[in-house]
Design a protein around this ligand. Structure first.
Ligand code: ZN
Length: 61
């Protein structure tokens, strides 16, 4: 049985709601179903990054 080592439990840093568990993920925009805060999440082997999307993009392309 795998013990799930190397997987991260990603939880909303604002309200603590668990979002998902994964060993690897790259998500530009995930919305917490509880507090509606939006995040970008990147999970790679050994690292987890989560940051809040403030939706202040400039759209000059
Ligand atoms: Zn939340």
């Amino acid at each position: 049985m795998a013990r799930g080592t190397g997987k991260y439990k990603v939880a909303c840093p604002v309200c603590g709601k668990p979002l998902f568990t994964s060993a690897t993920a790259e998500i530009d925009d995930i919305c917490c179903p509880k507090c509606r805060t939006r995040y970008a999440v990147k999970v790679e082997t050994g690292t987890l990054q989560i940051r809040e999307n403030e939706l202040q993009y400039s759209a000059d392309e």
